[in-house]
Ligand binder design. Sequence first.
Ligand SMILES: NC(=O)c1ccc[n+]([C@@H]2O[C@H](COP(=O)([O-])OP(=O)(O)OC[C@H]3O[C@@H](n4cnc5c(N)ncnc54)[C@H](O)[C@@H]3O)[C@@H](O)[C@H]2O)c1
Length: 345
Amino acid sequence: MERIIIKAPDSVSAIMVGARWEAVTKLLPEKGVVIITDKNVFKLYGKNFPKFPVIRIVPGEESKKLKVIESLAGKLLKMGIDRSGFILAIGGGVVCDVSGFLASVYMRGLRCGYVSTTLLSQVDASTGGKTGVNLGMIKNVIGNFRQPEFVICDTAMLRTLSDDEYMSGLAELIKTGIIGDPSIIEMLEENYARVILRDRGLLSELVARSVKFKASVVAKDEKESGLRRILNFGHTFGHAIELQESFKHGFAVASGMELATLFSYNKGLIDKKVCDRVISLLKKYGLLSSYNMPSGIIEEFILHDKKKTGEYIHFVFIEGIGIPCVKKIQLTEVIDFYKKLKKGK
Ligand SMILES: NC(=O)c1ccc[n+]([C@@H]2O[C@H](COP(=O)([O-])OP(=O)(O)OC[C@H]3O[C@@H](n4cnc5c(N)ncnc54)[C@H](O)[C@@H]3O)[C@@H](O)[C@H]2O)c1
């Protein structure tokens, strides 16, 4: 088991990778605990949950709403949970985002911890302290920073994920390798069969490396004022593709990473060998689907991107595997690159 500590300015969070999730009981207070999970996770693992009251939410993005936070807060009140209470989230990114946000606002803040049950949440969503809900179609606009006291990432739980959910999480793992830890890329290149078979030991090693990298970034920039931007590699194009093509998040990010890699090559930041290496890994894992997004959609999307500043955007490029670089470029440069690429196809 690896224990990775995230030290933010006013909190400490321990991420335990490779631990058995049932061991969570030892980390909980004796009373005042409420478990939040979703119906799928409860069906699979509920019988072994610690013996505390459980609230089940509807699985998926439709639970990331203020209305759900209000209803959950009402349930906590009815259960008599006061400021000494503790919220334990057991689920994927949705359950962790919703529970973390609730913990940050209920009675101005409760203690919380996560058992993170999807690959996406283990490598990304449950590390870093970002919590939040959506407002209509706009993702995560109402949120907060709240570090859970602990996160348990038991990779044995990933065996029950659907293939699509698993592969979608794998794309975020590849992203971490590309921007932060080349050893992740090497392991994914060399161990295809074990990755596809969801080998527990190998996955624990990969998740631990990913968490360590994200933790190092978050410790330097908890509130996303600079360095943390690199975590958005592939996401500028990826978000547009996700909305337009209704791809699952990881698959959209994979296509976004392909474009960001080609853009880096186009600007002379990487050579052809690096460019081909990234794209062939994405292909090897079947993460690149075809899409036909008109350049007008990219234009529309980039002009409304909440990460843009006036006429400019901080775009995440790479200068090599494990070497991200953020450049402030004109929005028109991104749009022109996509137009040129589409024309050439
Ligand atoms: N806070 C952050 O920093 C951050 C970062 C990235 C993504 N996110 C958020 O994470 C969310 C996506 O997370 P997700 O992909 O984990 O989605 P999710 O939580 O909706 O889980 C995906 C599906 O898998 C099921 N599931 C969960 N664990 C399972 C298991 N062990 N076995 C079988 N089925 C299981 C769920 O019931 C659900 O149907 C998005 O809302 C995104 O905005 C947050």
